[in-house]
Design a protein around this ligand. Structure first.
Ligand code: 5RP
Length: 223
């Protein structure tokens, strides 16, 4: 149902790629559509820095150059989706368990284009989608105890080990009224690798596929 809105937003995002760009690429169903659209893309892309094995495998189908994040001086632009995005362009991400790589690559990138369907827009983060946190396994008990103090329902994601060998805790039913503060706080707990709150690295542009088949763009920067 939401797939067509993800697709029209992905199509609209293509125009932000410039010749010879090094492009950061996220993970998820939206990004899979976006990558597939690049197969007929006319401009010359220098190469990609990918956030997951899944996205890398998609990119390899089209023989794109793949770089790792340590061999590039710059990532011109980063494309990804989100689980939720608010009016300040802050996001919850990590539904696909790639949050750590997504935070690293988006932080390196000059610009972050977030491609979403309308359902991802929320006023308050955390109410409809859980907040994911990547945790080093030996810190599981300690981090669980600390995070229990926040309220919400804590559930470890079953059968998921991240590409870094860690586990994911999802906190359901949070109302995140102070996302900046919460990102800093959760990041300060020993054993937390990454919290899927993106307030420090927000989106610069949001491209939304709306339910009436229009596409809207919100910009925080000049492009
Ligand atoms: C992966 C993510 C994704 O961007 C997020 O889960 C949205 O996914 P989809 O495009 O499948 O709706 O953060 O870690």
């Amino acid at each position: 149902m939401l797939e067509k809105f993800k697709k029209i937003a992905s199509q609209a995002a293509l125009k932000y790629i410039n010749n010879n760009d090094i492009v950061g690429i996220g993970t998820g169903t939206t990004i899979k559509y976006f990558i597939n659209m690049l197969s007929n893309f006319k401009k010359k892309i220098n190469g990609f820095v990918s956030t997951s094995i899944t996205s890398t495998n998609e990119l390899k189908k089209y023989n794109f150059n793949i770089y790792n994040s340590n061999e590039v001086d710059i990532i011109n632009i980063y494309f990804d989706s989100a689980d939720e995005i608010n009016n300040n362009m802050e996001m919850i991400k990590g539904g696909g368990a790639a949050l750590t790589n997504e935070k690293i690559i988006s932080s390196i990138a000059d610009k972050f284009i977030c491609i979403v369907d309308q359902s991802k827009h929320v006023n308050i983060l955390g109410k409809t989608h859980p907040l994911p946190i990547e945790i080093i396994p030996m810190a599981k008990s300690y981090v669980t105890k600390e995070l229990s103090k926040l309220g919400g329902l804590l559930k470890y994601r079953k059968g998921i080990i991240t590409e870094h060998g860690n586990i994911i805790l999802d906190i359901y039913n949070l109302e995140i009224t102070e996302p900046v503060k919460l990102e800093k706080y959760i990041n300060s707990i020993a054993g937390v690798v990454t919290v899927g709150l993106f307030t420090n690295r927000r989106a610069d542009i949001i491209i939304t596929g709306n339910y009436d088949y229009t596409v809207s763009t919100i910009k925080n920067i000049k492009l």
